[in-house]
Design a protein around this ligand. Structure first.
Ligand SMILES: Cc1cc2nc3c(=O)[nH]c(=O)nc-3n(C[C@H](O)[C@H](O)[C@H](O)COP(=O)(O)O)c2cc1C
Length: 182
């Protein structure tokens, strides 16, 4: 099945694994998906705007009040995206989403989407952050709201430890996305 005309919105939050989002964007665009990227302010400390814009061929979305769309959260969530994925999803991103906050672009996008289109989240953080009750309870709550929580495999982490909290590899996230359009 052709992926032309299928629109994927990737939200990138501030994690050491942000660079892996570039591979995911590349895999998706090469496969014919139209990809737009929204990034948190802190994500841009790890990967630059030029990489996101160059790989997606679209302007980066960062700010609800300074965007190519007049009402970007409504346009992106209700008119443009066929699937939304937070890749990587930081602890902060997960806890904020579980509170239903809408004071940043991605929070507002998720509320405006209201699960009309699939919302996938790929956690990425240090093992103790991942196991913290706030993160675990947020993931449980988000799952109950129909968020798809992607598996966080065990393995080597950037902090030098080994354990849970690794970001799902780009190829595996790509395959999960493909399943929705199979
Ligand atoms: C070098 C470095 C690496 C970090 N990696 C992660 C990470 O993998 N996961 C995470 O949840 N936070 C990580 N953080 C902390 C987040 O960047 C921080 O909580 C930030 O406020 C997240 O905000 P955001 O979700 O709005 O991007 C890291 C911070 C630094 C300085």
């Amino acid at each position: 099945m052709s992926n032309t005309n299928k629109n994927i919105l990737i939200y990138v939050s501030g994690s050491i694994s942000c660079f892996k989002s570039c591979s995911l964007i590349s895999l998706l665009t090469k496969d014919g998906f139209d990809v737009r990227v929204a990034a948190s302010r802190d994500a841009l400390k790890f990967v630059g705007k030029a990489s996101f814009e160059g790989l997606s061929h679209h302007k980066l979305h960062t700010d609800m009040f300074d965007d190519e769309f007049e009402i970007p959260h409504i346009e992106l969530a209700q008119k443009w995206a066929d699937l939304i994925i937070a890749y990587p999803a930081s602890a902060d991103c997960i806890n904020r989403l579980a509170c239903g906050l809408a004071d940043d672009l991605f929070g507002a996008i998720c509320l405006a989407n209201n699960y009309k289109k699939p919302l996938l989240i790929a956690p990425a953080m240090n093992t103790q952050m991942f196991l913290h009750p706030s993160v675990q309870e947020s993931l449980k709550k988000l799952k109950g709201w129909k968020t798809v929580i992607l598996e966080s495999p065990q393995g080597h982490l950037a902090c030098g430890e080994s354990g849970q909290g690794r970001l799902l590899e780009p190829e595996d996230a790509f395959n999960k996305i493909k399943e929705y359009f199979a």
